[in-house]
Design a protein around this ligand. Sequence first.
Ligand code: DON
Length: 303
Amino acid sequence: MDPVREMLTSVLDEVRGEDAGETAQYIPELASADPDRLALAIADPHGRRIALGDEDPFTIQSISKPFVFALALDALGRDEVLRHVGVEPSGEPFNAISLEEGTGRPANPLINAGAIATTGLIPGPSAGERAARIVEGLSRFAGRTLQVDEEVYASEASTGDRNRALAHLLRSYGVIETDPHEVVEAYFRQCSVLVTVADLAVMAGTLAFGGRHPVTGEQVVSARTARDVVSVMTSCGMYDASGSWLIRVGLPAKSGVSGGLIAISPSQFGVGVFSPRLDEYGNSTRGQRLLERLSDALGLHVF
Ligand code: DON
């Protein structure tokens, strides 16, 4: 067996028996997910991909946030985007109301408030068009056409009052310049996009390789945009656990409440993992262990 595949298989087997944490409870469709699902994929700059474990798709959730931030940066430029959202760690949970006093600018684009503000920046001439453009943009990162899981979307929309409140608050400050209801619906749809770990690995890879997709060869976003996004993932990607994550694993990363997690080894690898049980910060427990093992085994810590 290829030595990398062998090492990945043993890392996956090592964490398989662990059962700490529980599925996201606040969205019914995620609460009922099979907690034992486990998968890992890695992509290199030459388009080689290794995917192991569960092949079924799951919803991308907050892992969409850095990619939508990238689309906004490419469409509007850094200065305009940073007028609406900051790049500082909030030190607070993902759904906190971390808004700058006076301006209402969210702390960063990877917490919900900042992600909703970022979604509002994606140009969309009509209701529905914004969501379609976001799904199309995420598809370019994946290198294939992605679909929305309508059941998760409905579940998300039926329990999303806190996100709606955040959107209205952002509108009251003028951070969102359009209909907040339409923006938050687009945000729910972007969270409900279905991906596999193999998709996540090439999506992460596209950011790791300067915005260039390792399989399609498309320059999805500029190298500067990719660098900006990876920088923010380094300080904010694991929410209020980002500091301890950086010490332990040493890779820019982003988690989602369905149990997905991406990590970026600059110029070397994009990695996607999936395991639905979460810790108290909303980060996948076995997913973190997998990446910790992988970072150690391949010497990937960036410092
Ligand atoms: O905004 C929400 O509630 C979710 N749909 C996405 C949040 C998420 O994935 C947070 N991540 N750990």
